[in-house]
Design a protein around this ligand. Structure first.
Ligand SMILES: Cc1cc2nc3c(=O)[nH]c(=O)nc-3n(C[C@H](O)[C@H](O)[C@H](O)COP(=O)(O)OP(=O)(O)OC[C@H]3O[C@@H](n4cnc5c(N)ncnc54)[C@H](O)[C@@H]3O)c2cc1C
Length: 440
């Protein structure tokens, strides 16, 4: 273990869009803080395994890393277009929604301007309290590991956690974690595509989940030159369109965050439920039409390569035999109609879980600090409550959906949230303590 002597003012864990937006906000506020960020990947990449060809952003380019906070920032999407010499051609496309490839390139460009802030190849494995002589926790030790397994301990006064979600693996697949034929959507491109290309025969693939990722993966597979045979399996009766109509879209306005936060818990939950169809288990309308058209055309020409197993749930999943010597084992799924009825046993070369992400505080690095946390919810400024005598301030990005609304796990309010957290980090510690005392 390498120990670094320096005490940082802030360590940010993760350098995805959320902490990148924070790095920029700190810079533009001229914050006199020693802030660094630790990122597990070897370079910036935004959901690299889902950078599918022909996939577009689901948020306007105006909702980039900075514009809502500072339209004059040099790190806006428009500044990026200008730097790349594509501004007029982008205008000619007449769209608010760049491709996912282009937005990832924008993020990467902005991250490159802030690489002094970030240490890549540093996967944080532990956060531990550091007690002062009087027993109070004054600092935090942040321990990270590089790909060779070398650990480094860094010390900080404050922490900002922006680590995204963890792949959600449904209970029925829990025994098959690590099975070579079971792949979460977050590993799609790097795992599935080489297998399709290397296989000498069309693979039999199941895609599970009726959200945007499931639909995109189904569409990508159905158009793959390796011609896999794909079963698209989901519990609902229909693929449903995401609601991005203008009145509804106002729930992603920055001002809506305070509205949600100021509601009593029951009302907050009702708001989340009412607008869940903007983000969860829904698909972009154009893609739904393309998929519908594909199945229609399959009927016309009499093919049966792909099947839509709607209103279907996976009852059991087991490892099956390897189809040929030297190949990895298949997976056998027991499928049942949701309304009950005859079960179906199917064997697949690959099962792709487009089953979303989990965001549970107890499963993050904060698990080691549980005894010092007073709850799982953040305050309006995204700071988690801590016990008296615990000095470090801990801010969370992307873990406050229940209290701050549906925009919390998305890009919609990124610059505004980053600015609020930057303001929290820059606020004097003493004043902070006084507030704590007043509240007590
Ligand atoms: C395929 C896909 C498409 C999406 N498209 C949109 C969209 O169009 N519009 C929209 O608003 N939202 C979209 N989202 C939602 C998405 O959550 C946000 O776009 C955004 O990625 C959130 O940024 P983040 O930095 O909070 O999290 P992430 O982007 O998940 O970044 C977290 C970072 O933390 C790093 N990390 C994790 N654990 C550690 C650790 N222990 N140590 C060090 N580093 C760590 C990860 O490597 C990662 O780089 C999409 C999500 C997916 C999966």
């Amino acid at each position: 273990m390498t120990d670094q002597e320096k005490i940082h003012d802030v360590i940010g864990v993760g350098f995805g869009p959320s902490n990148l937006a924070l790095a920029i906000a700190l810079k533009e506020r001229n914050a006199a803080l020693d802030a660094i960020f630790l990122e597990a990947k070897d370079s910036f990449a935004w959901h690299p395994d889902m950078l599918l060809d022909n996939s577009d952003m689901q948020v306007s380019f105006i909702k980039d890393l900075v514009t809502l906070r500072n339209p004059a920032s040099p790190y806006s999407f428009l500044s990026y277009l200008h730097a790349k010499g594509r501004m007029e051609r982008f205008v000619n496309r007449k769209t608010f929604f760049p491709s996912r490839h282009e937005f990832n390139d924008y993020f990467t460009w902005a991250a490159a301007h802030h690489q002094d802030y970030c240490h890549y190849n540093q996967s944080v494995v532990r956060v531990a309290p550091v007690q002062g002589p009087n027993g109070a926790v004054e600092l935090l030790d942040v321990v990270s590991e590089d790909p060779a397994g070398v650990q480094t301990r860094r010390r900080t006064r404050d922490l900002v956690l922006a680590v995204g979600g963890r792949p959600n693996v449904p209970e029925v697949f829990s025994e098959l974690r690590g099975h070579p034929a079971v792949v979460h959507s977050s590993a799609y491109l790097s795992t599935v595509k080489p297998r399709l290309a290397a296989s000498g025969r069309p693979l039999k693939v199941a895609v599970i989940g009726s959200g945007q990722s499931g639909a995109e993966i189904f569409w990508d597979l159905a158009n793959d030159v390796a011609r896999p045979e794909v079963d698209f399996i989901f519990r609902s009766h229909a693929l449903k369109p995401s609601d991005d109509s203008p009145f509804v879209n106002e729930i992603f306005d920055a001002g809506f965050t305070s509205y949600v936060f100021n509601q009593p818990p029951q009302r907050r939950a009702a708001v989340l439920a009412e607008y869940a169809n903007t983000n969860y288990s829904v698909v972009d309308g154009d893609l739904i039409e393309q998929i519908y058209g594909l199945f229609y055309e399959q009927d016309v020409v009499g093919g049966n390569s792909h099947a839509l197993l709607r209103s279907t749930r996976v009852v059991a999943a087991e490892s099956g035999p390897a189809p040929e010597t030297g190949q990895h084992p298949q997976v056998e799924l027991l499928l049942a109609p949701v309304e009950g009825g005859e079960e179906l046993r199917c064997r697949y070369d690959l099962v792709i879980l487009a089953t979303g992400f989990r965001r549970r505080l107890g499963e993050t690095l904060l698990a080691g600090l549980e005894e010092f946390l007073t709850g799982v919810e953040t305050d309006r400024g995204y700071r988690i409550g801590t016990t008296a005598g615990f000095g470090p301030r801990i801010f969370l990005q992307g873990y406050s959906e229940n209290t701050h609304g549906l925009s919390d796990t998305l890009l919609s309010v990124l610059p505004v949230r980053a600015d609020e957290i930057a303001s929290g980090l820059m606020s004097p510690r003493d004043k902070d303590r006084q507030l704590l005392t007043a509240a007590e």
